[in-house]
Ligand binder design. Structure first.
Ligand code: SAH
Length: 219
């Protein structure tokens, strides 16, 4: 047995604190509320048991159905880019493990999250409920189309990569709203899209690599 791998709850808390210090504060994450949220969400409780010992490492992890949970730094950078102050309604596309949704939960009013894979949607919904994240609403469906019933959203975070910004998501973004979205094939630009009275402004934040966004009938 490799004894350097976290085994006890306290080890996970220590690993999480070190993750925040080294991977987030040690890079360029400065939003105190984002750092606090990342300090409190038990990432190891949301990943499959087999990869739990690696939950706080500086890398993405497999979460089943060929999908991955992003590296903690990318979750923090996308969340910080949304500039949340606590009152927002936020849409997430690609619930996956539910980790990004759990981080958002304490930073805004309501989180609406859509997942294409039924198995992942069901698991994330159950895990988020078990952990007490009451303001997260998970739906099984195609996030390319957004969630019109709850629009407009003050912020949108997209965690699977389309080749173009889906028009429905721009339509469902409130004027003044922000969307963080990886766009491209294989390797993507993480874009910050702001909706203004006149149209949209786009800014490239960094290069990233996400699983592709699939568009079509939910599986
Ligand atoms: N945010 C997640 C990571 C998501 S990985 C987390 O914190 O764990 C990307 C997810 O997007 C995968 O689970 C994949 O099934 C989902 N996905 C891909 N295309 C989608 C679509 N059109 N609508 C909703 N979810 C989609």
């Amino acid at each position: 047995m490799n004894t350097s791998e976290p085994q006890l709850p306290d080890d996970y808390a220590l690993a999480r604190e070190r993750m925040v210090r080294e991977q987030l504060e040690g890079r360029d994450i400065r939003d105190r509320r984002v750092l606090e949220a990342m300090r409190s969400v038990p990432r190891h409780e949301l990943v499959p048991e087999g990869v739990r010992p690696y939950a706080y490492e500086d890398r993405p992890l497999p979460i089943g159905r060929g999908q991955t949970i992003s590296q903690p730094y990318v979750v923090a950078a996308m969340t910080e880019a949304l500039a949340l102050d606590g009152d927002e309604r936020v849409l997430e596309i690609g619930t996956g493990s539910g980790y990004q949704a759990a981080v958002l939960s304490g930073l805004c009013r309501e989180v609406y999250s859509i997942e294409l894979e039924r198995e992942l949607a069901d698991r994330a919904r159950a895990d988020l409920e078990r952990l007490g994240y009451r303001n997260v609403h998970v739906r099984h469906g195609d996030g390319y189309l957004g969630w019109p019933e709850h629009a407009p959203f003050d912020a949108i975070v997209v965690t699977a990569a389309p080749t173009e910004v889906p028009p429905a998501l721009v339509e469902q973004l409130a004027v003044g709203g922000r969307m963080a979205i990886p766009v491209g094939h294989m390797f993507q630009d993480l874009l910050l899209v702001r909706r203004t009275e006149e149209g949209v402004e786009r800014q490239v934040l960094m290069g990233v690599r996400f699983v592709p966004m699939r568009h079509g009938a939910p599986e």
